[in-house]
Design a protein around this ligand. Sequence first.
Ligand SMILES: CC(C)(COP(=O)(O)OP(=O)(O)OC[C@H]1O[C@@H](n2cnc3c(N)ncnc32)[C@H](O)[C@@H]1OP(=O)(O)O)[C@@H](O)C(=O)NCCC(=O)NCCS
Length: 215
Amino acid sequence: MPSTDAPDLRLPYDANILFDAPLRTERLVLRPLAESDRWDVWEYQRLPEVLRYIPWPERTREEGFAHTAKRAGLHRLERDEDALFLAMGLVGEPTTSPDAPDRAHGGDRVVGDIMLRVTSVQHAQLEIGWVVHPGFQGRGLAVEAARAVLGLAFRDLRPHRVHAQLDARNEASARLCERLGMRREATLLEEEYHDGEWEDTAVYGILRREWSAAR
Ligand SMILES: CC(C)(COP(=O)(O)OP(=O)(O)OC[C@H]1O[C@@H](n2cnc3c(N)ncnc32)[C@H](O)[C@@H]1OP(=O)(O)O)[C@@H](O)C(=O)NCCC(=O)NCCS
């Protein structure tokens, strides 16, 4: 039965609050990505296995640093297409940054990040996305981080639905969606053309009432 609740996305949302009061899970501290995370991010951003299913171009280190600086400046969700990125700091794992620790990263290594994006204010729809450094994959860190971010989103932003879009061949990402309780809603055939081939997109989603019912 479709819900009759009217869309009620609580915006604007200012993620700066998470610098002082980050999300903490068993192994991670989640707070907005900062420019000072550029070294740690570069360690995964540059790897071909990470780029395989993400529509990122190959970047030089300087371009990678600029990309992180741009994403680090995004803290506010208010309109369609607004996005923010939460750094996954692995507690006890030292950062690769040669710079002195600052207020943001504090010394923990950023081993991945989680994106939250507004796809429709009108219909209260958000998108979630993720990346984890291959050296830290397969340990349940993405499940741990994404679950915490979904919890924050459903509690504080109140989306009606959160969805994820992935290359249909991305088994790790699909499995992660399933672990989070997301349903495979669609497979969009030949939706994008990259590197000489048409690629299918898988869409996963979870409704607010499904998230609540599972808790
Ligand atoms: C998708 C990604 C974030 C998962 O990160 P992770 O920290 O390894 O995930 P977790 O350890 O929390 O595991 C989540 C689930 O995926 C499964 N999984 C992880 N890697 C897998 C793989 N290569 N193939 C199949 N399943 C895999 C895990 O077994 C787990 O399921 P289970 O608990 O039922 O066993 C990571 O693979 C990644 O960053 N990939 C490259 C970037 C990318 O493609 N991002 C997604 C764009 S949509």
